[in-house]
Design a protein around this ligand. Sequence first.
Ligand SMILES: Nc1ncnc2c1ncn2[C@@H]1O[C@H](COP(=O)(O)OP(=O)(O)O)[C@@H](O)[C@H]1O
Ligand SMILES: Cc1ncc(COP(=O)(O)O)c(N)n1
Length: 288
Amino acid sequence: MFWDVTQLPLTPDGQTPIRVLTIAGTDSGGGAGIQADSRTFAMCGVHACVAVAAVTVQNTVGVSAFHEIPPEIVAGQVRAVVTDIGIGAAKTGMLASTEIIESVASVCNELGIGRDRRIPLLVDPVSASMHGDPLLHESALDALRTTLIPMATIVTPNLDEVSLLTGIDVVDDATARTAAEALHAMGAQYALVKGGHLRTSTSSTDILFDGSEFLEFTSPRIHTSNDHGGGDTLGSAIVSALAHGWTVPDAVAFGKEWVTKSLAASYDLGAGHGPVSPLWRLHDAEDA
Ligand SMILES: Nc1ncnc2c1ncn2[C@@H]1O[C@H](COP(=O)(O)OP(=O)(O)O)[C@@H](O)[C@H]1O
Ligand SMILES: Cc1ncc(COP(=O)(O)O)c(N)n1
């Protein structure tokens, strides 16, 4: 099924738009992490606040190094923007270490960010780049499982992250559902198991589970190797919709359509994997 959802409403010029926050790593190549989030947030018409958790040395062929921001500086960025600017929803991406994860969980708790709180939280448990380069210390997986995922309104792992977090290798619909149950059991309100890495399929299906019902979001598979930043683009579109007060299933439907269009608009860059691109939204605006 392909979901036909209306675009998010845009704020008239000169009026303050809805604000969102991403807590994640930077990508010097501009394809993933905070750069991907910021592109989608801008194209969704929301104002993006940013808490940098790590700086990666990255291009289209891989990540050669990263630098972690001190945990209190990460939390300080979150506190500074939430108490002044105010946000409608937040997302986490690359957090690198146990110390940063714990610091982010603590400041989110302090500020009312998380499941059953005022501000919804999407947790993308980023653990490695698409090239297989690590973005999270292995020792920090436990902190994700026991500290951050239980605070998530929605957790959005790809299949590699599902395997690391739950030990389940997803190979089909049945194993994807079992994995979604395991992630929900860790305490997330909703678990979204992303199926982009099941490359045998002619479609790409993400499975959403809320503890009682499974919803499937399917799109045709786009044949491209320029899929860098796909997970971030999906997550930031979901967060933009959540900030507008949409329900989680509606926000996921919107995000799925958004990332599919962005995969179709992806482009070659450098010698490796190019980025998915939400710039199609500019052409939509031209056509309107
Ligand atoms: N080739 C593709 N065609 C269509 N959708 C895709 C494709 N690759 C990934 N997706 C979708 O993009 C989103 C990101 O998925 P995935 O690649 O699994 O995560 P990540 O980018 O975090 O590794 C999901 O909604 C997934 O279904
Ligand atoms: C800073 C940062 N955050 C996230 C990703 C994951 O994105 P991808 O799976 O497309 O490599 C990344 N490569 N870099």
